[in-house]
Design a protein around this ligand. Structure first.
Ligand code: GNR
Ligand code: NI
Length: 129
């Protein structure tokens, strides 16, 4: 995740099929958070923010998310935790939990945008091949 560089990573993105997420939204990359079996317990408000994804390189767009989420998870010691998050952390938690469920941020965009993004990615793949 740090090497990418990215602020979050879901295990499924690197072919580890566990419900595990790591996030670090700190400026100096000093506050790694680990979420095991994260579940959104409640969500409030709506916020529109620009997103990108390591699994969808070169694509950025605004996505509607909950503004604030209350997330339940286990920490690295297996202890149950609850966290109320907002801002970038809230966005990132929702983005990463989507990955665990096989979804990417593009799935939140309009059909037209999804079609455009698919052809752009196909073109990129041809160039890289
Ligand atoms: O590095 C990342 N930045 C980011 C910016 C806005 C919303 C979500 C993210 S997560 C992304 C890394 C990634 O793709 N994690 O799955
Ligand atoms: Ni992502």
């Amino acid at each position: 995740m740090y090497e990418a560089p990215g602020i979050g990573l879901a295990a499924t993105q690197v072919d580890v099929h566990k419900r595990l997420v790591v996030i670090d939204v700190s400026e100096d990359k000093s506050q790694l958070r680990v979420f095991v079996n994260p579940e959104i317990e409640s969500a409030e408000g709506i916020a529109l923010g620009e997103e990108g994804c390591l699994s969808v390189p070169g694509i950025y767009d605004k996505v509607e998310r909950a503004e604030r989420v209350r997330v339940r998870y286990l920490d690295l010691d297996g202890n149950a935790q609850v966290l109320t998050a907002e801002g970038l952390l809230a966005v990132c938690i929702q983005h990463e939990i989507d990955h665990l469920d096989g979804k990417v941020f593009v799935d939140h965009l309009s059909q037209l945008k999804q079609t455009r993004i698919k052809s752009k990615l196909a073109k990129q793949a041809r160039v890289t091949a």
